[in-house]
Design a protein around this ligand. Structure first.
Ligand code: SF4
Length: 361
């Protein structure tokens, strides 16, 4: 039987559980425990995820007594926008503040054919990738399910319509907050609610092998994107310390098993860093590593962060890298970074906000 989540683990003033952390079954259990008919759960679900209600009192087809009871028992305000910055392309970055004052980043990326929202899964990250501001700042806590869902709802309110795509590429390692992320995905995927198709939701991981094995068995059609960033164990471990825990050869085997089990193509992410991992020899080693594994490779130019003293590859080096992969029949694309002018590199808005707050105090 579904249970109601425990009170928020926040240290702020509002200790009520988040209504957005409840699954559909849990919502039904709440209504049943309050002596309400089953259709009440559906009504509340529609208010939350179709009408995007932000106040209990707005739910006009619910009896006043029930609204008051729900207001006493559950918070409907998981997060608020603390700062916004936009660039001319329409890409917008939000600093999202949770009830305990912790902040994460979210990026809204509109394009003619899609509206993508990039969301965070943790406050900080424990994996400390060399090129990532979030990792360098360390881990604070997992986001609750409702705090993850809330980021999608903020985008839906700003766009006056639901995002078409959701990518877990903001702050945090989503597979390190597995249960809350999966529950959030099931909520935003619900066809009687936000209704974002599973194939339009991407989980990006640094390669947490046990969680990838678990994900393969979930029967959910999400996209999986794996950060490689280096073609050898030695170099990858230097750039991504998580590589010491989950070595590259084991990671590639896990990716092959994931593909065999789910039949879903994996996308490998590779950030090109000048003279570190972008040389022709690196491209050839990457070809050998991937061999005939059916996959996609996304190449990205490094977004500079102050904590990492390195530069992005030149366009020429990047083009040469793509060419080498293409020659080996590897489906590789050089992605244009969007959001650099709004400080959209991982962790940067949060750090600059913290700097401003510190200098103001
Ligand atoms: S790149 Fe991802 S996994 Fe690595 S430190 Fe940053 S948030 Fe964590």
């Amino acid at each position: 039987m579904a249970t109601i989540p425990a009170a928020a683990e926040s240290t702020g003033q509002d200790f009520r559980p988040l209504i957005h952390s409840l699954s559909k079954a849990e919502m039904a259990a709440v209504m049943s425990s309050l002596g309400e008919p089953p259709y009440r759960a559906k009504q509340v679900w529609e208010w939350l995820y179709i009408k995007l209600a932000t106040e209990w009192m707005a739910m006009s087809n619910l009896p006043l007594g029930l609204r008051e009871r729900l207001e006493d028992d559950f918070s409907i305000c998981p997060a608020a926008i603390a700062a916004r910055s936009a660039e001319t392309s329409g890409t917008e970055k939000l600093l999202v503040r949770m009830r305990d004052g912790e902040c994460v980043e979210e990026v809204l990326i509109p394009a003619p054919d899609r509206k993508t929202v990039c969301i965070s899964s943790q406050v900080g990250c424990r994996f400390r990738c060399a090129f990532c501001a979030s990792g360098q700042a360390g881990f604070r806590r997992n986001l609750e399910t409702g705090e993850i869902v809330a980021q999608v709802l903020l985008a839906a309110r700003i766009w006056a319509g639901r995002p078409s795509h959701v990518v877990f590429m903001g702050i945090g390692e989503p597979l390190d907050n597995y249960d809350n992320v999966l529950k959030a995905i099931r909520i935003i995927n619900d066809q009687n609610g936000i209704g974002i198709g599973a194939r339009k939701i991407t989980i990006s991981t640094s390669g947490i092998i046990p969680a990838m094995e678990r994900l393969a068995g979930e029967g959910i059609q999400v996209e999986l994107s794996v950060s490689l960033h280096a073609p050898t164990q030695e170099l990858r471990s230097r750039l991504m310390p998580v590589g010491r825990l989950y070595p590259l050869d084991q990671l590639i085997s896990a990716c092959r098993s994931y593909f065999e089990k789910t039949k879903r193509l994996i996308t490998f992410e590779y950030v090109l860093i000048r003279n570190i991992n972008d040389q022709p020899t690196h491209a050839k080693m990457l070809c050998r590593l991937l061999g005939d594994f059916p996959c996609r490779v996304n190449l990205l130019l490094l977004s500079p962060v102050p904590e990492f003293k390195a530069e992005s590859s030149s366009q020429d080096a990047a083009r040469m890298f793509v060419k080498t992969l293409a020659k080996a029949s590897i489906n590789a694309t050089l992605r244009t970074p969007r959001g650099l002018s709004v400080n959209a590199a991982c962790g940067q808005l949060r750090s600059s906000h913290a700097d401003n707050a510190a200098s103001a105090s």
